[in-house]
Design a binder for this molecule. Structure first.
Ligand SMILES: [Zn+2]
Ligand SMILES: [Zn+2]
Length: 288
């Protein structure tokens, strides 16, 4: 259950005149004149941030605090007026996504998808844009509602891209989408539990089963990425030592020259592994 202090806590953050002084580091991640980027207190994935418009940046500009209550109240103001706030949130989201990707590489040595979007029926007051990594691996991800409110297949999460498109669309279409009727969206949170990973979509009866499966998906992904890095390293070393060991005089093949390229990327890997195998074969036959 959410109490009234929790309900309005985001608004209290958005009112702060001097965020780095007024908010602890455990809450504030980043800010600009117009927006705050904060850590979600109950992250539903490994990375989960909220971006909020700062009230003082908009109240002098024809917006009331009430206008900023939710996506629905903001869109009520019309395409132009809503668009200004959404574009500011989008700017902050771009910065946040870049920061998250940097952190992904630093901590896990690879990047994965990041979902950016709104909840049509929010559980807290004051509009906020979610920036959440596409893994749903977190101890705070506890129930069906949590899960279905973020996965792209759940039809509940509104991507920033969707909302931006409404803002550019015909006014009649915009007005229809902007209604954000909870009677239309809330039933979608009750959808059955399906793994969100592409090529899987396996169904689960209980949250513990789904959570165990998501953890497995994540562990497999990490193992795949690790194996990919190791193969790449091996190939780099091999092509490097080959180059050093064999002078160009000893019959260089097309395969060899390809493997010697110093700018080896993960994308070249599949191709290279093929040629590596071929060469190993010829090497063996040479020995015999
Ligand atoms: Zn939310
Ligand atoms: Zn799966």
């Amino acid at each position: 259950m959410i109490n009234s202090a929790q309900l309005t806590i985001l608004r209290s953050y958005a009112r702060k005149p001097n965020p780095p002084v007024d908010l602890p580091e455990s809450i504030l991640f980043d800010h600009s004149d117009k927006t705050l980027t904060i850590f979600d207190t109950y992250p539903k994935s490994i990375f989960h941030f909220l971006i909020l418009p700062r009230i003082s940046a908009y109240t002098g500009d024809g917006y009331t605090e009430r206008d900023l209550t939710s996506l629905r109240t903001l869109l009520k103001g019309g395409q132009e007026k809503a668009g200004r706030v959404i574009r500011d949130l989008e700017e902050a989201a771009k910065v946040c996504v870049a920061q998250v990707e940097e952190e992904m590489v630093a901590r896990y040595k690879f990047k994965w998808d990041i979902w950016v979007g709104f909840h049509p029926v929010p559980s807290m007051e004051h509009i906020h844009l979610h920036v959440i990594s596409a893994d749903m691996v977190s101890s705070s991800m506890k129930n069906k509602k949590h899960y279905n409110s973020f996965i792209p297949k759940g039809d509940f999460f509104l991507t920033l891209k969707d909302v931006s498109e409404w803002l550019e669309a015909q006014p009649s279409f915009f007005r229809k989408m902007a209604e954000l009727k909870s009677s239309e969206y809330e039933p979608r949170l009750k959808a059955e539990l399906a793994c969100f990973h592409e090529n899987c979509y396996e169904l689960f009866k209980t949250m513990p089963q789904l959570k165990a499966h998501l953890q497995e998906e994540w562990d497999k992904r990490m193992a795949r990425e690790k194996a990919k890095r190791e193969r790449l390293e091996k190939l780099k070393r091999k092509s490097g030592s080959k180059k050093a060991a064999s002078p160009s005089a000893s019959g260089t093949t097309a395969d060899n020259s390809q493997a010697s390229t110093s700018t080896l990327t993960a994308e070249d890997l599949v191709e290279l592994e093929g040629s590596q195998k071929k060469r190993r074969k010829t090497d063996e036959s040479d020995v015999e």
